[in-house]
Design a protein around this ligand. Structure first.
Ligand code: NAG
Ligand code: NAG
Length: 320
């Protein structure tokens, strides 16, 4: 009984403390101009305050874009977030919300404004983050970053420059090992292929090329195995897009899933027993990540992919 009432007392004290600090919001941030610089969360690296709501808006010269490269990143997972906005911090410009302890890849804005917003809850903090930002001229592709277990060769990222990737021993490179910075649409430059990934030699997946083909989960149409972690990269020529059409789909709801990167929204999570609608890529690549847990197995998925050429789209537009 005594212990029980003790708990109740401390629970009450805790609740009071929480509600007292709840009204306190720590604001910080600001507007940043200039060719380059760094942003650190308040108190970095000794921990950011609770109840933080800090917004940084980076403004580049018109026609330039902004690239941010993370140098350090640690936020209390699932409670504290760094939200990225491709423009001013309005919901319409929201891109992604970062949390946890993995260093995120570099991000490039599509126009001359980019915003970051740190929000933390009312308990527990972590080191925080440090990010380097830089204005990109229209002739620069920016640093595309290094994938885990990967090595990047090359330090120049302007139109015409080539860079190369390899993987450390025990890992296979999926995707293209060489990237070229090309002048894409009006006044921008971009890499011709996505950054490759380094896949453990014994992990399933692979790189799919060619105008069409089929991707299926391991053992399809028999049951997939437990604890699977497969990654496939589908690449088409620069300027083309890829459509992925599912013909079969059976997975343990929520626990086994297929994640698709490279379309709109940037990441799609699929699970369950219904055949999902087709997925169309934004650019010339799609990445599929298939993950299963340690029990329950089903048939998995099978999908047909097909490259769509820009020229064909253009002709259709002319006819109609
Ligand atoms: C900005 O760029 C200049 C020239 O490349 C460099 O010397 C300087 O250290 C950079 N500033 C920051 C904050 O990294
Ligand atoms: C943070 O501040 C912005 C503007 O000052 C506000 O719109 C937003 O709702 C706040 N976010 C949180 C989580 O309090």
């Amino acid at each position: 009984m005594e212990i029980k009432s003790g708990f109740t007392f401390w629970n009450l004290v805790f609740l009071l403390m929480v509600s007292c600090v709840k009204g306190f919001i720590y604001t910080c941030g600001g507007t940043l101009k200039g060719l380059n610089g760094t942003i650190e969360s308040p108190g970095f690296p000794y921990g950011y305050p609770n109840g933080a709501n800090c917004t940084w808006v980076i403004i580049a010269e018109e026609r330039n874009r902004i690239q941010i490269v993370f140098q350090s990143f640690a936020l209390e997972e699932e409670y504290d977030y760094l939200s990225l906005y491709d423009g001013h911090p309005h919901p319409a410009n929201f891109r992604t919300r970062l949390t946890g302890f993995h260093l995120p890849p570099p991000v490039t804005s599509t126009k001359s404004v980019f915003s970051l917003r740190l929000t933390s809850d009312f308990a527990v903090s972590a080191h925080g983050f440090k990010v380097y930002y830089e204005e990109l001229q229209s002739s620069s592709c920016g640093n595309p970053g290094v994938p885990p277990k990967g090595i990047l060769y090359g330090q120049r990222f302007d139109v015409g420059d080539k860079i190369r990737y390899s993987c450390v021993t025990g890992y296979i490179l999926d995707g293209h090992s060489q990237l070229t910075c090309i002048a894409s649409s009006v006044n921008t430059a971009s890499w011709d292929f996505p950054v490759p990934i380094c896949r453990a030699e014994d992990a399933c997946g692979g790189t799919m090329r060619g105008s069409s083909g089929i991707i299926s989960s391991p053992n399809f149409p028999n049951e997939y195995h437990n604890n699977a972690d497969c990654t496939w990269t589908i690449v088409a020529e620069p300027g083309d897009t890829i459509s992925l059409i599912f013909t079969d789909f059976q997975m343990e709801e929520k626990y086994d899933y297929l994640e698709i990167e490279g379309s709109e929204p940037p990441t799609i999570g699929l699970s369950g027993m219904n055949i999902p609608p087709p997925v169309i890529s934004n650019k010339n690549w799609l990445r599929l990540h298939f993950v299963t847990d340690s029990n329950h197995r089903y048939r998995g998925f099978s999908a047909h992919y097909q490259g769509t050429f820009k020229e064909i789209n253009f002709n259709w537009a002319c006819i109609s």
